[in-house]
Design a protein around this ligand. Structure first.
Ligand SMILES: [Zn+2]
Length: 162
């Protein structure tokens, strides 16, 4: 019994294929290699995270740098034409991402964003993801040596001297 029309079915297949290609799949196999068990696209969570690791209270989004506006990334270009079309579109995406992430954190999830450009260095991404999943946070090196604390310590020291 076929409950879908032909066009519905081809749309579903297109989505299935698109979910299963490229960056997201690479991140999944990386996590799998690291021995983490996960679920995909939990629709009942804000923003339907691409990968959910229930055991570690961690969700992972694999974000394209262009659409999701990876800060400081060369791939997050702004098209020269039709800026009145692109800019509000980007704005909405960024705001929606931020709202979803805030809500997920409020619900107790550790939220990890993998940017597409990070797939250029799989070794580094693997190090970061393992760190983020096992220890929480985003797993970037600077988390281990927070610069603001060092600056604060210097300021206190300076005050003492004067
Ligand atoms: Zn990027």
């Amino acid at each position: 019994m076929d409950t879908f029309s032909k066009s519905e079915r081809s749309e579903i297949m297109r989505r299935v294929r698109s979910k299963d290609t490229s960056p997201e799949r690479k991140v999944r196999s990386l996590l799998h290699r690291l021995g983490f068990r996960f679920r995909l696209h939990k629709k009942d969570l804000p923003g339907a995270p691409d990968i959910v690791l229930p055991k570690y209270d961690t969700v992972v989004f694999v974000h394209g740098c262009f659409w999701h506006r990876h800060p400081g990334c060369s791939r997050a270009t702004t098209p020269a034409t039709r800026r009145e079309y692109w800019l509000p579109k980007f704005e909405r995406t960024v705001q929606r991402d931020a709202a979803n992430q805030a809500e997920l954190r409020r619900l107790g999830w550790n939220v990890v964003i993998v940017w597409e450009c990070e797939l250029r260095d799989m070794e580094e991404l693997e190090r970061r993801l393992e760190n983020a999943v096992r220890h929480g946070g985003d797993g970037y090196e600077q988390d281990e040596f927070p610069i603001p604390m060092a600056a604060e310590a210097r300021a206190v020291y300076g005050d003492g001297e004067n």
